[in-house]
Structure formats: structure tokens, C-alpha cells
Design a protein around this ligand. Structure first.
Ligand code: ZN
Length: 374
């Protein structure tokens, strides 16, 4: 059955951290009447047939004929309501992916959407659009950065409507990720192999150093253990996890070297690692000095950070639970990889500030954080 094949395809990509991390990405299958879309908050690697939401495609199509309020909050609420109403009978307890509309308009049976760090090295780079055009001439669409949900789907719909000839099966979304679509599940895999290999021919030289924690510390391990202790971190959010590898060590050398990860590349980075890491300039003479430098910077910060980078030391994922801290670090490390790959395409290009604000305020993404971190 198609939905079983869809679950297997989802697990295949979900299990590979080169493609998705932290519950990101989504998949779908459609026939003429029904779209089977991954439920929100469910990780691809854990997908079973019952995790897909059956949607009435006629009801989804009616969304395009409607006019929604211009105010983002009201518009997203209205679209969400209509999307929920498009669930088929018996699906009322499930919540379809935030990218449901986009899946529905792609004129192919199978769709797999992922956020690979390698691909985002292109989609989050200054010269990414030109590189996509050079490397995938005529076979891929490039969509400029857009707010996820209705606005992004609308941008893709307009681009597809404007296509003459065959619709492309590959869509690069600036500051977001990639969609691969085909009428055959096997062809999706061939398509992804082609995307990864092609980008890698240009980006391999910029690949990040991926080894885990380095063993020699440039300072006393007592600093690390003092900071990792819950009681020391209570004012920060209750929990902290530390990471440092060669890539991170290079980034935290000073404020200038931190620039490539100083803002958000994609919506996922905002949801889990926050839109802006707190960079703390300090000397590493004693644990007390480091802690007081962190606390003094925190008192000047309006939004509690999810990542605290300490100069010369490494990065802390901070939050209310171990899981939240771990996810923050995972996404920060992903951003470090993306930043490394962007060197092959003219350097980093962050999300536009208005779109960062949109994600920080968006109810759907808040829901996703809640589902993923409990
Ligand atoms: Zn996405």
C-alpha cells in the first residue's frame, strides 16, 4: 500500500542525519482525491502509516480561491482553520505538517522535503541562487526566502504556474531546504543522490571538520563542570549541555570569527537553537569569572538565549530540559556545518530579519517546539 511505502521512505530519510535532524522534514503521497501528509511533531525516522494525516485535496484547493486577512497572525489562523477543516473524517486528532499546502500543489505523487546541511550550504549562501542555476540548469526551481506556511506555498504555486514546459521535481527554498518530487518513490532516491553529489562537487573542499569533542582543553576542565552543574545554571534556564569540536573552537575564537553563526539560517535553527546565540567575551581564568560574564550578558538580553557561546571555550545549549538543551546544540552544530559549506558559495546569508521575527512569533512553530521537546 502506498502509505506503507511512504512510511518506509520517510524512515529512510529520517534515519540519515545528513538529511534531517530534530524532527525536521516532511513527506507525502497523493492520489487524485487524497493527500497523505506527515503529521506535525512526528519525526520522519519514527513514521508509521498511522502518523500520516489524510487530507481532502478538493478542500485544500479551495484555500487558494479564498482571500485571507493581511495581518500575519489573522492570516495564519484563518489558513490553519481551513487546513484543519480539510482533514478527512477520523483524522480529527492529528495535526498536518505546516508545509501541507506546499506538498499538495506539487504535481507529483511522491514528495520528500528535507533540510540537509550540505544543501543549505547552498540555500543559505550569498551566491546560492546563481550556483543553483549553474548546477541544476532548467531542472530545479529557486524560491526566495519566504515565511513558512501559506506565504511560502503561495510563492511556490506562483513559480509553478509561471513554468512553461515540464514542472521541475526539485525545489530549492532559500534559507530553508529542498523538496524532491516524483511519480516514483525510487526516483526520489535517485533525485536526492543527484542533488547531494552535484552540490558536493563544489562544496567538498569547504566541508566542516566533523569529529566530536576534542580531548585537550585550552583551560581548566573545572570551568566546564562548574557550568554544567544544574545549580550554577539555574538563572539561565535550569539545564545546560556543552559542546566543542574543532569547528566550534574556530567559531568561538572571537566575535568576528563567530559571525558565520551569529544569526539564523533556517526556521528550524530558530525553533530549536534560537534566532541569536549569546556570545560572551571573557577570559577563562576561573569558573567564577566565566559565570559572572555569562550572567552579566544575560541581564542585558531581552529574549532568553538557547545557545550561549563562551569565547575561547565552546557553546552551551541551555533550556528547561535536557532534551531542549541537546536539540539546541544539535541545531547549532548543524548551523556550523551550513556556515562551513556556504564558503563554497560566497559566504553566509542569514534569514531576513522580518522572517526571523515571524518565526519567533508564530503559533504553529511554538506548537512544534512543544511537541518535540516534551
Ligand atoms: Zn521545512
Amino acid at each position: 500500500m502506498a502509505v506503507e511505502e511512504l512510511a518506509a521512505l520517510s524512515r529512510y530519510y529520517g534515519a540519515n542525519t545528513d538529511y534531517v535532524i530534530a524532527g525536521g522534514g516532511n513527506t507525502s503521497f497523493k492520489d487524485q482525491d487524497t493527500l497523505y501528509i506527515k503529521g506535525s511533531g512526528m519525526a520522519l525516522k519514527d513514521c508509521a502509516p498511522e502518523h500520516f494525516v489524510r487530507m481532502d485535496r478538493r478542500a485544500l484547493a479551495r484555500i487558494w480561491a479564498k482571500t485571507y486577512p493581511a495581518l500575519p497572525d489573522e492570516r495564519e489562523r484563518g489558513v490553519l482553520e481551513d487546513m484543519m477543516a480539510a482533514r478527512r473524517k477520523g483524522e480529527e486528532k492529528k495535526r498536518p505538517s505546516v508545509e501541507t499546502l506546499l506538498h499538495d500543489i506539487l504535481p507529483f505523487n511522491w514528495v520528500v522535503h528535507t533540510h540537509p546541511a550540505l544543501v543549505n550550504g547552498l540555500t543559505c549562501a550569498q551566491d546560492g541562487e546563481q550556483a543553483a542555476r549553474d548546477l541544476f540548469a532548467g531542472t530545479a526551481l529557486w524560491i526566495p526566502a519566504a515565511n513558512p506556511g501559506y506565504i511560502l506555498s503561495r510563492a511556490v504555486k506562483d513559480a509553478l504556474d509561471a513554468c512553461t514546459g515540464n514542472p521541475p521535481g526539485v525545489i530549492f527554498l532559500q534559507n530553508h531546504g529542498v523538496f524532491a518530487a516524483s511519480d516514483s518513490a525510487d526516483h526520489i532516491k535517485a533525485c536526492y543522490q543527484h542533488i547531494m553529489r552535484t552540490i558536493n562537487t563544489k562544496a567538498a573542499a569547504a566541508a566542516p571538520s566533523l569529529e566530536d569533542y576534542v580531548s585537550e582543553w585550552g583551560f581548566s576542565p573545572a570551568v566546564i563542570s562548574a557550568l554544567e552543574k544544574k545549580e550554577k545554571m539555574e538563572k539561565i534556564g535550569g539545564c545546560a549541555a556543552f559542546a566543542r569540536n574543532r569547528e566550534i573552537a574556530g567559531l568561538v575564537r572571537d566575535r568576528a570569527s563567530f559571525y558565520p553563526v551569529s544569526s539564523a539560517f533556517t526556521p528550524d535553527h530558530i525553533v530549536y537553537a534560537g534566532s541569536e546565540a549569546l556570545f560572551v567575551e571573557t577570559s577563562l581564568d576561573s569558573p567564577e569569572k566565566v559565570i559572572s560574564a555569562i550572567q552579566s550578558r544575560l541581564s542585558q538580553t531581552p529574549r532568553p538565549p538557547k545557545i550561549i557561546a563562551v569565547q575561547g571555550m565552546g557553546v552551551f545549549g541551555v533550556g528547561a530540559s535536557k532534551k531542549a538543551c541537546g536539540l539546541g546544540l544539535e541545531l547549532f552544530i548543524d548551523a556550523a556545518k551550513v556556515a562551513a559549506y556556504t564558503k563554497a558559495f560566497g559566504g553566509p546569508r542569514f534569514m531576513p530579519q522580518d522572517q526571523i521575527d515571524f518565526i519567533n512569533n508564530w503559533e504553529v512553530e511554538r506548537y512544534r517546539t512543544r511537541v518535540s521537546t516534551v
